[in-house]
Design a protein around this ligand. Structure first.
Ligand SMILES: C[S@@+](CC[C@H](N)C(=O)[O-])C[C@H]1O[C@@H](n2cnc3c(N)ncnc32)[C@H](O)[C@@H]1O
Ligand code: SF4
Length: 345
C-alpha cells in the first residue's frame, strides 16, 4: 500500500498543534448533573437546539475529514449526551472510515450504553469513557440531577467491556462535601477490572454551575488518600497528550488518573479543538466565542474555503484559560463562557 502523505500540521500562536477534535453531537442530556446542567437553568422550558440547527452527520463527517488535513488524528464524540442522538453508530461508521484518524472515542453518561456498545464497536468505535461519579445510590442520584440509573450505567460499562471497547475509562468529577467520601469505594470497584478511573477536579466550565473554588478537591489530596489505602506510583509511559496524570497501583491492580485542570493546568500541552452541536469551532473548553462553520457549510462553501476558516481559527488561538484563572482577580467581571453541554466535555 502506498503511504499517504498528509499535510503539515497547523500550529497556534503558542506553537501547539491541532491533534484532537471533540465533537458535541447533541446539546440535550438525559441527566442534569448540577456541575454541568443545573436544573435551575436547564429546566423543562429551556430552549435546546432544534434538530435542523444541529449539524447533520454528513456535515460533521465533512468537518472531521477536513480537520485531518490540519493535523487531527483523534476524534471524540461527546455532548450533552451523545447516545441521545439517533443513529449515532452510523456517524461512528462514517468517522471511522476517514483516512488519518487513528483514535475514535466516545464520552457518555452510560445510561443507554448497554443497548449500543456492540453496534458502536462493530462500526469502528475504539474506546469509551463513561462518567460515573459515585456508587452510592443517593449520591449518584443527586449528582445526576435526580435521575438515578446507576444500575444501567454499570450495565453499560460491562457491555462496553464485553464488546471490546478497550480501554474503558470511568470519569468521576469530585466535589467537596458531595461525593468525595465515596471515591475509595468507586476505585475499589474497578481495581483488577482493566477499567481506569479518572478523578476530575470540579471545573468552572460555563457560567451556570455556580462554581466555587472551595468545592474543588485538589488532586494531590485525593492522591494522598488513595496512596494511604493502596500504594500507587507514577505510571510508565509518556502522557502523550493525555489530560490525566497516570498512576499505577503497586500491587498490579491497574491504573488511575487525575485530571487537575484547576490546581495544575495543562494548557501548554492542549491540542484539542471542539466542534459544537450547532457547528461552531472552539479552540478552548473555556472559550467565549467560536467560529461558525455551519453557515458556510450550508451556503455551499468549498473544502478549501472551510479549511481556510478552520486553519485561521487555530492559528489565531492563544487560549490558556486554566493557567490565567490563577491570575484573575476576584473582582474581575466573569467571562461569558460557552456551556459545556453545548461545546462538549
Ligand atoms: C459534558 S459531559 C458530556 C458527555 C456525557 N454526557 C458524559 O457525562 O459523559 C463530558 C464530561 O465532562 C465532565 N464535566 C461536566 N461538567 C464538569 C465540570 N464542571 N467539571 C469537571 N468535569 C465536568 C463530565 O463529568 C463528563 O465526564
Ligand atoms: S456531565 Fe454529561 S451527563 Fe451530566 S449533565 Fe453534563 S452532559 Fe449530561
Amino acid at each position: 500500500m502506498t503511504p499517504v502523505t498528509l499535510p503539515t500540521r497547523v500550529r497556534d500562536r503558542l506553537g501547539r498543534p491541532m491533534h484532537d477534535l471533540r465533537i458535541s453531537v447533541m446539546d440535550r442530556c438525559n441527566f442534569r448533573c448540577p456541575y454541568c446542567m443545573p436544573k435551575d437553568t436547564f429546566h423543562d422550558r429551556y430552549r435546546f437546539l432544534r434538530s435542523s440547527e444541529r449539524l447533520t452527520f454528513e456535515e460533521i463527517a465533512r468537518v472531521a475529514r477536513l480537520s485531518v488535513g490540519l493535523g487531527v488524528r483523534k476524534l471524540r464524540l461527546t455532548g450533552g449526551e451523545p447516545l441521545l442522538r439517533t443513529g449515532l453508530a452510523d456517524l461512528v461508521g462514517e468517522l471511522s472510515a476517514i483516512e488519518g484518524i487513528e483514535d475514535l472515542a466516545l464520552t457518555t453518561n452510560g445510561v443507554l450504553l448497554s443497548n449500543h456498545a456492540a453496534e458502536l464497536k462493530a462500526n469502528g468505535l475504539q474506546r469509551v469513557t463513561v462518567s460515573l461519579d459515585s456508587l452510592d445510590e443517593q449520591v449518584f442520584e443527586h449528582m445526576s440531577g435526580g435521575f438515578g440509573g446507576l444500575a444501567q450505567v454499570l450495565e453499560g460499562i460491562d457491555a462496553a467491556l464485553e464488546a471490546g471497547l478497550a480501554p474503558v475509562k470511568v470519569n468521576a468529577v469530585v466535589q467537596h462535601g458531595v461525593n468525595d467520601h465515596t471515591v475509595l469505594p468507586l476505585l475499589e470497584r474497578f481495581r483488577n477490572t482493566g477499567v481506569t478511573v479518572r478523578l476530575i477536579e470540579y471545573m468552572d466550565v460555563g457560567n451556570r454551575n455556580h462554581w466555587e473554588r472551595q468545592q474543588v478537591v485538589p488532586s494531590r489530596e485525593l492522591l494522598q488518600q488513595v496512596h494511604a489505602r493502596w500504594p500507587v506510583a507514577p505510571a510508565n509511559g509518556s502522557r502523550g497528550g493525555d489530560v490525566a496524570e497516570r498512576y499505577a497501583y503497586t500491587d498490579g491492580a491497574g491504573e488511575i488518573g487525575f485530571v487537575s485542570s484547576v490546581t495544575a493546568p495543562f494548557c501548554g500541552d492542549c491540542h484539542r479543538a471542539r466542534l459544537s452541536s450547532e457547528g461552531s469551532l472552539y479552540t478552548c473548553l473555556f472559550a467565549t466565542r467560536g467560529t461558525d462553520l455551519r453557515s458556510p457549510l450550508r451556503a455551499g462553501a468549498s473544502d478549501d474555503e472551510l479549511l481556510v476558516m478552520m486553519r485561521a481559527a487555530w492559528q489565531q488561538r492563544s487560549d490558556r484559560y486554566s493557567e490565567l484563572r490563577q491570575e484573575r482577580r476576584a473582582d474581575e467581571q466573569p467571562l461569558q463562557k460557552i456551556e459545556m453541554h453545548y461545546i462538549g466535555g
